[in-house]
Write a protein that binds this ligand. Sequence first.
Ligand code: CP3
Length: 343
Amino acid sequence: MTSRERFLAACAAQPLDRPPLWLMRQAGRYLPEYRALKAKSSFLEMVRTPALAAEVTLQPLRRFAFDAAILFSDILVIPEALGQGYKFRDSGGIAMEYRLDTRTQIDALAPAAAVPDRLRYVADTLILLKRELAGHHALLGFGGSPWTLAAYMVEGGSSEDFARIKTLFYTDRAAFDALLEKLSAALIAYFKMQIAAGADAIQIFDSWGGVIAGADYEAASLRWIRQIIAALPREFPVILYAKGTAPHLTDQAFTGARVLSVDWTCDLAIVRRTLPANVAVQGNLDPVLMATEPAIVRREAARLLESMRGTAGHIFNLGHGITPDAKLECVEALVETVTGWKN
Ligand code: CP3
């Protein structure tokens, strides 16, 4: 069976001899070949140039036996396509061009219908990748959740306390809803474009889903995600990653997402037993492990695999993105442990 078939079978919660494996942020700064390319082109140049973006996407697959390739891009291309650009702060983190804080600014964003045209380079990258992968590996597209994107837009970049986006939610719900409605429409158009260009699955990153009050998670984030999934082709594999939202896993399982990607704070075997059998789970080693030692990675990966023995519907991953200080020998140890596993 090809890696792509293995990946899609796991999304459909079918039993497998071993889970498919990929890592969030698998193309990135822990790879010397990524750092070499980045010395010549900026991150945004790489994202906007299909040949470069495709090359970076493929780098981790040349080195490691991952089962899926994830498009090299960023969730912030959506705010940018709507008229709010971004850059990286020298001190780390994201700086948006301006802070979105009035209804007038929200209404002045570009129409959602402009997104596929403005992000045409993403479709071109996926088309290149589809050809290059030749059906062997799964090809993943992705985007941010409306809530997570709105947080960057309203905070004006990376944030410590998310006070501005929460204040908008509590003080001007009409403006908040107008922004999230626009983002949802933009994401629907964007994901449809990615699917048409060859994506086998789409991961929605609700990276900041865990910062809103639990009782408000539905209104702030989950309802918009559900609306997006409902607009995509029926049964198309959508993976929902939401960090810090363990109490909401059951509600997430009824959004139409085929796979829930869970962070490392959850015991994955318990999550597996709790969720409906037709919803797959993805995860969830602590990314910190990848900067320790190969023997530790082997031990912890085997422990996770053993805890999942006899279950169906598991995609092996980390609980969040791999960090720049990850060691290549730790990634290799993880790949050997997972690909050598027998259920
Ligand atoms: O998984 C992959 O390999 C695909 C590529 C990918 C990137 N960003 C590349 C990237 C994906 C899926 C993302 C998603 C993304 N971007 C998220 C959601 C996932 C998550 O981590 O929760 C978020 C919140 C962003 C926004 C963003 N982009 C942040 C917070 C940063 C880090 C800024 C910093 O201080 O370093 C980025 C930059 C970024 N996106 C890099 C990469 C490889 C590093 C850029 C570099 O090379 O300097």
